[in-house]
Ligand binder design. Structure first.
Ligand SMILES: Cc1cc2nc3c(=O)[nH]c(=O)nc-3n(C[C@H](O)[C@H](O)[C@H](O)COP(=O)(O)OP(=O)(O)OC[C@H]3O[C@@H](n4cnc5c(N)ncnc54)[C@H](O)[C@@H]3O)c2cc1C
Length: 310
């Protein structure tokens, strides 16, 4: 069934960015609709302890934090839809957002669809996610004090994650499947100069070893074909992220060469009335609190945009 009503704002995504945008929009009486997507609550639903979201001195479980945010948003009347956006038409007003169930028309849209970490796609890696396998050193590095960890990757983010992890870990070994590193010279040198960081190049990770926690990482040396288990209690996969922006790029929203939605002015995209918040715009910080902050900014920008047109 088609929704003929024109909403003031439709928010796409129910992670920290989307829900914070909804909180501000609902309190501004914009009666937002939130399309929750196939992962209601977003990335934090995949984690256990979140220790760096302000206001929780003892930490809080990711799913509990997201349940609290959802409750808070609903208290102010935001409507959450368990639907997935499949297409958009931003060529004219009202903007159209198509889901797997219906179609919404809106004066403004906030895109807060997040980004997914790229994984090695090994069954053992997926089984041990959150049990020693992570894609976020800022989030989980603290849990590896005095431990040996492996970083998978060869680009700038692998070097950055490795350097960051040396604050906590006893040793950090960067495993890269190619003989040469893609990272910029300066980032590579910083890692090479760090006495805690070792390098294993031209080697492919073939298995993460461990039953209920990581005890090692099995690598295959590409030249000799021999395999070895490197002892480690953690594996940080740092081979990039994929922002959930393809649908919007197809509707004309500008993205950078890695597919992240770009902004022309704070949270405004290149399309009039279309705003963005959170990890789908942010390859740099990728934190719940920064995503929430951007959600707030997007909702305030929407409010101003609508006020200027009334
Ligand atoms: C395992 C793990 C642990 C982490 N730990 C921490 C931590 O301790 N501290 C911290 O600050 N950060 C942590 N992070 C990072 C943090 O979760 C993200 O930075 C944050 O969730 C980004 O928020 P977001 O709202 O931009 O996107 P997301 O949380 O990714 O939410 C995106 C939302 O968009 C929806 N969506 C996507 N596509 C569509 C579509 N087509 N239609 C409708 N909806 C759609 C999804 O369903 C989801 O609800 C962690 C991340 C992971 C993966």
């Amino acid at each position: 069934m088609m929704e003929l009503q024109v909403y003031s704002t439709v928010i796409i995504g129910s992670g920290p960015a989307g829900l914070t945008a909804a909180l501000y929009a609902a309190r501004a009486e914009l009666k937002p609709v939130v399309i929750a997507g196939q992962n209601p609550g977003g990335q934090l639903m995949q984690t256990t302890e979140v220790e760096n979201f302000p206001g929780f001195p003892e930490g809080i479980l990711g799913p509990e934090l997201m349940a609290n945010m959802t409750k808070q948003v609903e208290r102010f009347g935001a409507e959450l839809k368990q639907e997935n956006v499949v297409a958009a038409d931003f060529s004219k007003q009202p903007l159209v957002v198509k889901t797997d169930k219906t179609e919404y028309r809106a004066k403004t849209v906030i895109i807060a669809t997040g980004a997914d970490a790229n994984w090695l796609n090994l069954p053992s890696e997926q089984r041990l996610r959150g049990k020693g396998v992570s894609a976020c050193a800022t989030c989980d590095g603290f849990f590896f004090k005095g431990k040996d960890v492996i970083v998978a990757g060869g680009g700038d983010s692998a070097m950055e994650e490795a350097n960051f992890l040396t604050k906590f870990a006893k040793t950090v070994t960067i495993v890269h499947r190619r003989p040469e590193f893609r990272a910029s010279k300066i980032m590579l040198k910083r890692a090479q100069d760090n006495p805690k960081i070792k390098f294993v190049a031209d080697a492919t990770i073939v298995e993460v070893v461990g039953e209920n926690s990581v005890s090692g990482v099995k690598v295959k040396y590409n030249q000799s074909g021999t395999e070895e288990v490197l002892s480690a209690q953690g594996l940080f996969v740092a081979i990039g992220h994929t922002p959930a922006a393809k649908i919007f790029a197809a509707a004309g929203v500008a993205v950078d060469q890695k597919g992240y939605i770009t902004v022309s002015n704070h949270t405004h995209t290149n399309i009039d009335g279309v705003f963005v918040a959170g990890d789908v715009n942010d390859p740099r910080y990728r934190q719940a609190v920064t995503a929430a902050g951007m959600g707030c900014m997007a909702a305030l920008d929407v409010e101003k945009y609508l006020a200027e047109r009334e």
